[in-house]
Design a protein around this ligand. Structure first.
Ligand code: ATR
Length: 282
């Protein structure tokens, strides 16, 4: 590393699969910024020490992958609202006094994607349905509440996991097992799949959309394939449908701006680069 060059990294275990170096590298070049974005593998047994002594790593900031987002959040001296609500940080930086700060930008990534591809989607926030109850679901529930959605139904195979999110987010969120899907879809203005179902190599996502209002927005965070069966089914009946690659790209926007001082744009060129790199398109 050249002296004085601002360096950020994707940190976690493993990090070899991460597309973050491609995304931040693209923007560093576009903005002509003399910075670096590298991969730092953090063996699990060293994670507490690594994030606890982050200032020693020689980085101005970092992204954090599963499974260290919670450890990273605990190591922070300051957390933004989203990271506080989720107890998990995916973006870290050192402030001018050397304090470790953490944010969770996954929910902002979800919002940035819909704002770009379906502007006005949240003009009349009402009821949303989220399929799944993992980390991505948590971020999306936070994001929908931040845009004033009054009711967020969380539908999951394991109802207890949905109930855990309801315990965290409180009134306005409702937990259901899969059997209630048809009923809650009838009230939905937004439907988001956060499960891994429908992803290449995973079982299909079998959802009957017949009760879903025709103007409801459908978003799938699965991006491999890009046009999932859910999105195809939604588009075929006239629902606006937005694919998921943009969430991955948009979650990186606030991080890049924080570290390198310029707000980057998610361009079609970047979408294509990422999809090619992922092998989703040729
Ligand atoms: P992430 O943190 O990326 O959101 P995750 O925590 O592994 O990922 O969550 C995966 C989601 O997909 C969960 O909601 C999971 O349901 P369970 O909580 O019941 O496990 C859901 N999922 C995965 N495989 C599934 C299947 N075959 N049928 C129904 N839901 C499934």
């Amino acid at each position: 590393m050249k002296k004085g060059v601002r360096k950020a990294a994707i940190t976690g275990h493993p990090v070899s699969h991460s597309r973050s170096p491609l995304i931040h590298g693209y923007w560093l070049e576009k903005h002509g910024i003399e910075g670096e974005y590298v991969r730092v593998d953090v063996p699990p047994e060293t994670a507490e020490g690594f994030y606890g002594n982050f200032a020693d790593a020689g980085l101005i900031g970092a992204n954090v992958t599963v499974p260290f987002k919670e450890i990273a959040a605990r190591a922070c001296d300051w957390l933004d609202d989203a990271a506080t609500a989720m107890g998990a940080a995916n973006t870290l930086w050192l402030d001018e006094t050397g304090r470790l700060c953490g944010a969770n930008t996954d929910g902002l990534g979800f919002l940035g994607n819909l704002d770009q591809l379906a502007p006005g989607w949240d003009n009349n926030p009402g009821t949303a349905v989220v399929l799944g109850a993992g980390g991505a679901a948590r971020a999306i529930v936070w994001a929908l509440i931040s845009r004033d959605y009054t009711t967020v139904h969380i539908v999951n195979r394991t109802k207890e996991k949905a109930e855990k999110i309801v315990d965290e987010f409180g009134s306005g969120t409702v937990a259901h097992g899969w059997d209630k899907l048809g009923t809650v879809l009838a009230q939905a203005g937004v439907l988001v799949n956060t499960t891994s179902l429908g992803m290449t190599g995973k079982p299909p996502l079998e959802v009957d959309l017949s009760s879903l209002p025709e103007n409801a927005l459908v978003n799938d965070i699965v991006y491999s394939p890009l046009q999932t069966d859910l999105l195809k089914q939604a588009a075929a009946r006239g629902n606006p449908a937005v694919d998921g690659i943009g969430m991955l790209l948009h979650q990186a926007v606030p991080a890049f701006e924080r570290w390198f001082g310029e707000r980057p744009v998610v361009t079609d060129e970047l979408r294509t680069l990422a999809l090619k790199d992922l092998g989703v398109i040729t």
